[in-house]
Ligand binder design. Structure first.
Ligand code: ARG
Length: 558
């Protein structure tokens, strides 16, 4: 039973307000002592407190409510505790891995453009953030009944390939490239910039090389193919560790033959203009710099390819939303892009830039041009190694230590990312992130393992549960959080913010550990034990479901 929608139905009847309006007004009081739902009565008369009193008098209490009370200008609703307990725990037990799933998406498609690293360059920390946030939102939307489409918009086209082709032709060695492609290409890239800083003709050569590549120079295309193939092999290793998948790997180059039509369309709509030999869309009216569609030498840009990609996705998938999970430094790029799409007649509300801040490592800042980069694989390796050392200390007899170290190490990084509001910058702290206490991935995983271990020790329990025995304050707090889990998922989807789920798991873990300290689970009292075991199993299940949505494994032992 969905208490909130039941209450809304009753309010529609009593207030004659519109259902949508009530949905927007109704809220959950900050303190459960004030009730489970609160309805502000501002819209019901000049004096909202009097209106609340009047509404209270009229209100016929349905079976699932214990009382309604006027609190200031609000009418507050109290759901009977036994009803919440029984509804929630039996639902988790019945739905298991599906608890929290909903059908609000009605199979509508949502395209997520995420990860999108650049070929021939190291997989950056920003790309890690995009990968982890995007993959979580992808799963969350599927869980809520949408049909997610994951696109890896690989950076596999652009002037940087002109630079690499020039550099490889001057200094490149086939053998070195095969050995460690990304590191070698980075070396060439850095050398190119060193030389170009001294002598600008290098840049001119690179621009020409890219132009020839776009015009179909066979030798250059072959070289580009091999850069792309080798880079992708490296990236796929990372996706394998993170267990991330995509529905499409259409990168920027895929749109090479689709840009003409886009430009023609914009010209037809009289949106373009020539400026110093280049083709632009002027956005001065909207207080933005223009977007460059075609440079004066005829080559295309990142913007042009993004325009073509947007049209392709709209046609191919017919999505209700196109979501771009890309760092905040590209805010302007997306504002410009969305504006041009709007001017060309698209519904602007469809396009969403899910931006995020920086993930700062103690190892320092990156700069690809200077060759100063943190390799993601090193970061993952380090996390796995540190997790392994902790497990070795805490639980040396654990059977599948290696596997669990990967799950904990990788989980710690993902959780450190997703537990923060994505728009904030995060300072990465190895010790804090891997700690089994505090707001960390290992803490949630450890709580899950603890619940699993209690259940293992207790063995199977069956038969009818007496829900009224779960009446301790700590028990009620846990039940409330289990009950609120689906709402946390919904909120994460609505705001495109995974931290609503991560934070919910932290709060649930804390509540569970308090319960565990106060209330002995394994005891002589059969009935009590059965009820508490059901609670423990429900917590275990919800932690598992939540971690899965975040892309984190839930080992049964660690
Ligand atoms: N490859 C780009 C970068 O690393 C990110 C691409 C994001 N997606 C897009 N449709 N522009 O900066």
């Amino acid at each position: 039973m969905n208490f909130q929608s039941e209450i809304i139905k009753l309010l529609v009847k009593e207030t004659k307000l519109d259902q949508k309006e009530i949905e927007n007004l109704i809220s959950i009081p900050p303190d459960p002592k004030l009730g489970d739902y609160a309805f502000p009565c501002f819209k019901l008369g000049k004096n909202p407190k009097e209106a609340a009193e009047g509404l209270k008098k009229k209100f016929k209490l349905p079976k699932f409510l214990s009382k309604v009370e006027v609190v200031g200008p609000y009418l507050n609703f109290f759901v009977k505790q036994e009803v919440i307990t029984e509804e929630t725990l039996s639902k988790v037990a019945k739905e298991k891995n599906d608890y929290g799933k909903q059908d609000i998406g009605k199979k509508q498609k949502v395209v997520f453009d995420f990860s999108s690293p650049n070929i021939a360059k190291p997989f950056g920390i920003g790309h890690l953030r995009s990968t982890v946030i995007g993959s979580c939102l992808y799963k969350v939307h599927n869980f809520l009944g949408y049909k997610s489409v994951g696109v890896n918009h690989l950076g596999d086209w652009g002037t940087q390939f002109g630079k690499l082709i020039v550099a490889f032709n001057k200094w490149g060695k086939e053998k070195e490239l095969e050995k460690d492609p990304i590191k070698y290409l980075l070396k060439l890239y850095v050398k190119f910039h060193d030389e170009a800083d001294k002598d600008d003709t290098f840049n001119e050569e690179a621009r020409t090389a890219f132009k020839e590549l776009e015009d179909g120079n066979k030798k250059y295309l072959e070289l580009w193919e091999s850069f792309k193939k080798l880079s992708l092999e490296e990236f796929k290793k990372i996706y394998k560790i993170l267990e991330v998948e995509f529905d499409s790997y259409h990168g920027e180059s895929f749109y090479n033959d689709k840009m003409d039509a886009v430009i023609k369309n914009l010209e037809k709509k009289k949106l373009t203009k020539t400026s110093e030999g280049a083709l632009i869309v002027d956005l001065e009216k909207y207080k933005m710099t223009p977007i460059l569609l075609e440079k004066s030498n005829g080559t295309t840009t990142y913007h042009t390819r993004d325009l073509a990609a947007a049209y392709y996705r709209i046609k191919e998938y017919k999505p209700i939303k196109l979501v771009y999970v890309v760092g905040s430094e590209q805010k302007l790029h997306f504002r410009q892009l969305f504006k041009v799409l709007e001017l060309a007649g698209e519904d602007a509300g469809k396009f969403i830039h899910v931006d995020f801040g920086l993930f700062r490592f103690p190892e320092g800042k990156m700069s690809t041009r200077k060759g100063k980069v943190i390799f993601l694989e090193d970061v993952l390796d380090k996390a796995i190694k540190l997790a392994g050392e902790i497990i070795e200390k805490k639980n040396p007899d654990l059977k599948n230590k290696k596997e669990v170290a990967i799950q904990v190490g990788v989980g710690a990084i993902i959780f450190a990312d997703l537990s923060n509001d994505r728009t904030r910058n995060i300072d990465f702290d190895w010790d804090r992130m891997l700690s089994f206490e505090g707001e960390t991935g290992p803490y949630v995983q450890y709580t899950h393992a603890r619940a699993s271990s209690i259940l293992r020790k207790a063995g199977k329990s069956s038969g009818k549960v007496n829900y009224s025995l779960l009446n301790q304050e700590e028990e009620l707090a846990v039940i409330r959080l289990l009950y609120d889990f689906p709402a946390a998922i919904e909120k994460a989807a609505k705001d495109y913010k995974p931290h609503h789920i991560a934070n919910h798991l932290i709060t649930l873990s804390q509540a569970f550990n308090e319960f565990y300290h106060k209330c002995p689970v394994i005891s002589e009292r059969d009935e009590q034990m059965k009820a508490r075991l059901l609670l423990v199993d429900s917590v275990r299940q919800v932690l598992e479901n939540g971690l899965k949505l975040l892309g984190i494994k839930a080992p049964a032992e660690m």
